[in-house]
Design a protein around this ligand. Structure first.
Ligand code: ADP
Ligand code: MG
Length: 610
């Protein structure tokens, strides 16, 4: 069978996504592979299709137990023999799967990395013909990454003990060069085919809001999206509790997830969300890696994360089905101090590292945080900002983010800019070091603050130049000057610094304009795309899916994704042959569910003709 046949017959797709074919071809030709694609890019197929075509067994190493179960359910659902071995199985279940492996029943086996150190498991694999090892979420092998897992370091030792070296492949959505290099080295990939696809996710709408009251805006945003499933990320456990209560009091079906909950409750809540019993998951960043829920319609960050990598990964959990989805960040100045606190704390807690290493890691974390804050303050295309960060080229505007869609007021602030920048310069010249924005603001507004007086800053020529301007207003000017690249907040010591570009304003008369979003506090952001009122056919198809999912006890998307239902509603197939044309419908699913959906479509036609 050829790879295209497998794609169509099992997975119901007609075309490969960017990068998939190259990786699959490489693996089939016996080469190691490294696939770097965004979340939702389709990495799983890159090892699942070779697994079917290669003689022997494919071992998939994946960090999360819940994810394995869902992937295996999904594979079995399209007729592919696969199983997992992990701590969620009881001893009978475990022996059963081992027996099935010995009988050669499976094409794919999912295991957690911890398992690789187990003697029994090694012995079992030594008896098998392991053709391919696929390392999913491969960034877990890197200490530079967000989610380092020491057990990932066992992979090479394990592979070395197999009688024949299998093809080794690794997949991740993490883009940074450091992490890529780490993966190559630590897995000892041999001359791999390496595919890095674009990082853009065109169906995601990005926005940053600066609300006075986060709770009000959050409620408005979630209520607007009542039909959808979504995730709200908070920085702390206490935040999760508070926000989850807030939503529940408003009658929104929300559940929660954080490391402080008992294992049992976490699993229950995750299931409630996964199975669409609860529409909204409120969680800390402990929730998410490897979640495979394709119909997440929005991801709202109640607090700013600590880096753009983390943000893009979390926000990227929206819209994996390719449907329009919203990623909205609610920024508040307090978020910066929370993030700084986490950076400090992480350094202090990590006893395995030397003081020098701690300092290096903290310095790097501060740079990342600064980039995150830049994003929050940006008034230009947000998608462009993200792609710049990952080093990918892009057009000037994307048309699908807050700034690209928003209404802006522009104001000339050249005069204020000159005063502010020269004040920062004078203070620096006087003291020999940069100070924070708070002190600069006080100098400009002519405050009688004690520290200011002690330092003698009231004798500067810029003292009191902007008397009568409120601290809030000055904050807007600072933010605008940062967005334009004249000022820069260095977070480790909380200082406001001049950039070399400031010279253009100070010495060469450059004009400065401030771009401010026209956003009345209560106004509700434009949703990603005009949301079509869901028509009755789509509702009927969803109802049928719901019934089938209940019957089988599987999540909705294991039956069909929203994208598949949407294509079905568009094509309105009448025969089984037409039904197979629907994107996402393969042979096995057509046989299992075709009749039910064709019936729903027929009922709908009859209703229309009446
Ligand atoms: P990743 O692991 O890269 O985050 P997945 O492998 O989970 O992404 O795939 C995300 C979604 O994309 C799944 O719903 C999958 O069915 C779909 N998908 C993958 N490849 C294709 C393809 N070639 N055509 C259409 N849909 C695809
Ligand atoms: Mg994946």
């Amino acid at each position: 069978m050829a790879k295209h046949t497998v794609l169509k017959q099992y997975f119901g797709h007609t075309d490969f996504r960017p990068g998939q074919e190259e990786l699959i071809d490489g693996i089939l030709a016996g080469r190691d592979a490294l696939g770097i694609m965004p979340t939702g890019g389709g990495k799983s197929l890159c090892y699942q299709i070779p697994a079917l075509l290669l003689p022997g067994l494919t071992l998939v190493i994946s960090p999360l137990i819940s994810l394995m179960k869902d992937q295996v359910t999904a594979l079995n659902g399209v007729g592919i023999p696969a199983a997992f071995l992990n701590s969620s199985l009881d001893s009978d279940g475990f022996r059963q799967v081992c027996r099935e492996i010995r009988q050669g029943m499976h094409k794919l086996i999912y295991v957690a990395p911890e398992r690789l150190g187990n003697e029994g498991f090694l012995a079992l694999m030594q008896e098998q013909n392991v053709a391919l090892v696929a390392v999913d979420e491969a960034h877990c092998i890197s200490q530079w990454g967000q989610d380092f897992r020491p057990s990932y370091l066992k992979i090479t030792a394990f592979v070395d003990q197999l009688p024949r070296r299998p093809v080794l492949s690794a997949f991740t959505a993490t883009a940074t060069a450091e992490v890529q290099e780490d993966i190559l080295q630590r897995l000892a990939l041999r001359d791999p085919v390496k595919v890095v696809t674009g990082f853009d996710r065109p169906n995601l709408f990005f926005d940053v809001r600066h609300p006075k009251k986060k709770d009000d805006l959050l409620l408005a945003l979630v209520e607007e999206r009542r039909e959808k499933s979504g995730i709200v990320y908070c920085a702390t456990r206490a935040g999760v509790e508070k926000v989850c209560d807030l939503l529940n009091r408003r009658g929104i079906l929300a559940t929660r997830y954080h490391a402080g909950l008992a294992e049992e409750e976490r699993r229950q809540n995750q299931d409630d969300f996964q199975f669409d019993r609860k529409a909204v998951m409120v969680a800390t960043n402990a929730f998410g890696m490897g979640i495979d829920k394709s119909n997440v319609g929005f991801v709202i960050h109640y607090n700013m994360p600590k880096s753009l990598e983390a943000y893009y990964q979390e926000a990227g959990r929206a819209g994996r089905d390719g449907e329009a989805a919203d990623c909205i960040l609610l920024y508040g100045p307090g978020d910066v101090s929370t993030a700084k606190f986490f950076i400090q704390q992480a350094g202090e807690e990590n006893e395995a590292l030397s003081p020098l290493e701690v300092a290096q890691i903290q310095a790097r974390d501060y740079r990342r945080l600064e980039a995150m804050v830049d994003y929050c303050k940006s008034t230009a295309c947000l998608r462009g900002h993200i792609l710049d960060y990952f080093g990918q080229a892009h057009g000037p505007t994307c048309g699908n983010c807050g700034p690209c869609r928003g209404q802006f007021v522009r104001q000339d602030i050249t005069r204020q800019a000159q005063m502010i920048l020269s004040c920062v310069k004078r203070v620096r010249d006087r003291l020999g070091y940069f100070v924070g924005a708070g002190l600069i603001s006080k100098v400009l507004r002519g405050s009688r603050d004690r520290r200011l007086m002690q330092l003698g800053l009231d004798t500067l020529s810029t003292y009191g130049l902007l008397k009568g301007t409120t601290a809030g207003e000055l904050g807007h000017y600072f933010a605008a000057l940062e967005a334009e690249g004249y000022l820069f907040t260095e977070l480790e010591h909380s200082t406001l610094r001049l950039t070399p570009k400031a010279g253009e304003v100070l010495f060469r008369g450059a004009q400065v304009t401030m771009t401010r979003r026209a956003e009345p506090e209560a106004a509700i952001s434009a949703p990603a795309a005009a949301q079509p009122v869901e028509d009755s056919l789509m509702a009927a198809l969803k109802a049928t899916r719901w019934k089938l999912a209940q019957g089988e006890g599987v999540p909705l998307y294991v039956i069909f994704s929203n994208a598949t239902l949407a294509d079905m509603a568009r094509r309105r197939p009448r025969t089984m042959e037409d039904f197979l044309e629907v994107s996402g419908v393969g042979q096995v699913k057509a046989e299992k569910y075709g009749r039910a959906f064709l019936q729903t479509l027929a009922d709908h036609r009859a209703g229309e003709e009446e």
